[in-house]
Design a protein around this ligand. Sequence first.
Ligand SMILES: Cc1ncc(C[n+]2csc(CCOP(=O)(O)OP(=O)(O)O)c2C)c(N)n1
Length: 332
Amino acid sequence: MNEYTPGVQPLAADREESLRLYRQMLLMRRFEETVLELMVRTPLEIEGPVHPYIGEEAIAAGVCAALTLSDKIMSTHRGHGHCIGKGGDPDRMMAELFGRVDGYCKGKGGSMHIADFDIGMLGANGIVAAGIPIATGAALAELLQGSGNVVACMFGDGAAAAGPLHESLNIAAMSRLPIVFVCENNGWSVNTPPERSLVSSVVELAAGYGVEGITVDGNDVLAVRAAALFAVDRARKGLGPTMIEATTFRRTVHATRGPAPADSRDPELLERWIRRDPLDRFHDVLVEAGVMTNAEAIALADSVEAQMAAAVEFARNSPFPELSEAFEDVWA
Ligand SMILES: Cc1ncc(C[n+]2csc(CCOP(=O)(O)OP(=O)(O)O)c2C)c(N)n1
């Protein structure tokens, strides 16, 4: 694909890919719902903070659908969906949240430090905007090595106000780096509403650096996938960076540690976005197009459920790290 046309996008290339995409979004959703369920139970098995991605799954799934295994993705504090999208192992993710040795960071990192270089997942990052220059550096490395790989750099709209994005756009544009910037614009930065942000359009901001931009419905996985295919294709051809601004909404509170605090946002707003849920929408698209039957949807949900039960079991059966290992693998 080398052209991007906004609007209704065709289904994925084949039926298997469509079903795979749907199942992956379901896995992202159920992984976090399972985590949130565990966080309100006693004894408490997950103690670190978690930033749920629920409601934003179409972005990670759509972007990762345009990437190969050797391409890279840079994540954020809200990173579970990105990791699953790139092919991360839910068992090891769950074990990490449980603080166990079979977790991605041997139980010492928690939700915001999950990385898996084998699948090109460069890591979550708890510092807003800090992943952006890392992704830009990774794209420079890919360019210098002539690998042909592309880096997808995920960030929230809150990061648009931070210096690292501006520096990275500048160098990416100047050096025509093989990078796709993906702004997951869910409107809110913690409790700051969109109208209090000075950056009204990340695409316009990118244009100031000569970076081409696409605004896309971030709750429509096919639209995100089409935009990502276009941007990845440009990057691979040496045409440089693209900014994708994907509009979405986080369905839960900003973050939780234990029982979730009350959501201070307007309940009507939440209702409106629930009606635009990315998973429900893709379900209906696939069923209406005759690509997936209701029975197949139920079978996929059952298989995801079984995978989640296995992930929790895996985490529970994994030991806690030894106290004597506390300073191993720690950079100092
Ligand atoms: C440099 C920095 N400043 C502040 C914070 C605290 N913080 C964590 S998430 C967040 C909001 C980020 O908003 P956005 O980038 O839009 O992502 P979202 O949480 O909405 O997905 C803030 C301010 C931080 N982690 N890092």
